[in-house]
Design a protein around this ligand. Structure first.
Ligand code: NAD
Ligand code: ZN
Length: 341
């Protein structure tokens, strides 16, 4: 089969012939149809310090996918050949206290496909049947291929009650934009999204009914006044990984405000804790998706009118994967989807 492999410890990925994975009794084999390129894949492409420390050379990359089950292990039940699916890319252990309590997304032994284990940038993917998420007909393959990052957005957005609340999202990357759409869908009053990249702010306004703010040119306080957000934002979602953005968020929050933090700051990041204490702010770190409650909610919302398709700005045949990674790395895109035929 064809697969996109981190074949050398240097910049790039390489298309190679690999053998189709063998499956165990509790696994399924998935024929991959579409995959999404993630910011994580760009780190792996660039072979930055994190990637060099984390990803084994020779690994098949990729973790955002949709496809169809073509083979099943002897002990798999409840699925069938031909089932369209996506799946949770975090492979969990079953031994930790958290897993045994049913909090699978908090298992410390989690390993990621396309990061630690063979991934989805391939014609075929082996996945534990446990991780399979069947897709209803209303979710086509390209939306199925971005459920992993949509799940990050949903997990973050549903961390706090948003009904009637004023929400600030810092970072209009694909995940920030989708979180904005989710916040509106579930009933936030105002959703303000900030970035320094005007193309992405324009995209945010196209995808969802939100107020985009370019913090390079615009004063967030003025926007707050215009929207009559008198005391400050009730809920913040940090989705940039940028220190200034987090600072601005803490500054803009109401007393007792809540922050769900998905963005990953590079290294240690200085924080003025006294402001967090005196404002009585709650900060929740968000990792991955709740397994499988986030998947359930996300599919239910997509069935109930949540629209995120416009966040996909580029589609390529996998033969043109270099162009796809190029546009994703440029910042001049939303989600980029590769078609595996
Ligand atoms: P992205 O890099 O595409 O988007 C981040 C955006 O933040 C960019 O558009 C950038 O221009 C913007 N930004 C930079 N400085 C800013 C500032 N001062 N104010 C406002 N915006 C600013 O990332 P993404 O793929 O959308 O992911 C969002 C974040 O979540 C990233 O930090 C990513 O690493 C992280 N992430 C975390 C998890 C997790 O499980 N915790 C999963 C996926 C992604
Ligand atoms: Zn991803």
């Amino acid at each position: 089969m064809k697969a996109l492999v981190k074949d050398k410890p240097q910049v790039g990925l390489w298309m190679q012939e690999r053998t189709v994975p063998e499956i165990g009794p509790e696994d399924v084999l998935i024929k991959v149809r579409k995959t999404g390129i993630c910011g994580t894949d760009i780190h792996i492409w660039n072979w930055d310090e994190w990637a060099a420390r984390t990803v084994p050379v020779g690994l098949i990359t990729g973790h955002e996918f949709a496809g169809e089950i073509v083979a099943m292990g002897a002990q798999v039940t409840g699925l069938h050949i031909g089932q369209r699916c996506s799946g949770e890319g975090h492979l969990i252990g079953k031994l930790s206290r958290q897993s045994r309590a049913g909090k699978f997304h908090l298992d410390p032994a989690t390993r990621g496909i396309g990061v630690n284990e063979p991934g989805a940038f391939a014609e075929f993917l082996r996945l534990p049947a446990f991780n399979v998420v069947p897709l209803p007909d209303v979710i086509d393959d390209e939306i199925g291929a971005i459920l992993d990052p949509l799940g990050n957005a949903v997990h973050t957005a549903l961390s706090f009650d948003l009904v009637g609340e004023d929400v600030l999202i810092t970072g209009a990357g694909p995940i920030g934009i989708m979180a904005a759409a989710v916040a509106r869908h579930v009933g936030a009053r105002h959703v303000v999204i900030t970035d320094v990249n005007q193309m992405r702010l324009d995209l945010a306004a196209e995808v969802a009914d939100v107020t985009p703010v370019n913090v390079v040119h615009e004063d967030l306080k003025e926007v707050q006044n215009r929207l009559k957000i008198v005391q400050g934002f009730d809920v913040g979602m940090e989705m940039s990984g940028n220190q200034q953005a987090l600072d601005q968020m803490i500054d803009s929050l109401v007393m007792g405000g809540r922050i769900a933090m998905l963005g990953i700051p590079p290294g240690k990041s200085p924080v003025d804790w006294s402001r967090i204490v005196f404002k009585a702010i709650t900060i929740k770190g968000v990792y991955g998706r709740e397994i499988f409650e986030t998947w359930y909610k996300m599919i239910a919302m997509l069935e109930n009118g949540l629209q995120v398709r416009k966040v996909i700005t580029h589609r390529f045949n996998v033969a043109d994967f270099e162009a796809g990674f190029g546009v994703m790395a440029s910042g001049a895109s939303g989600k980029v989807v590769l078609d595996w035929g």
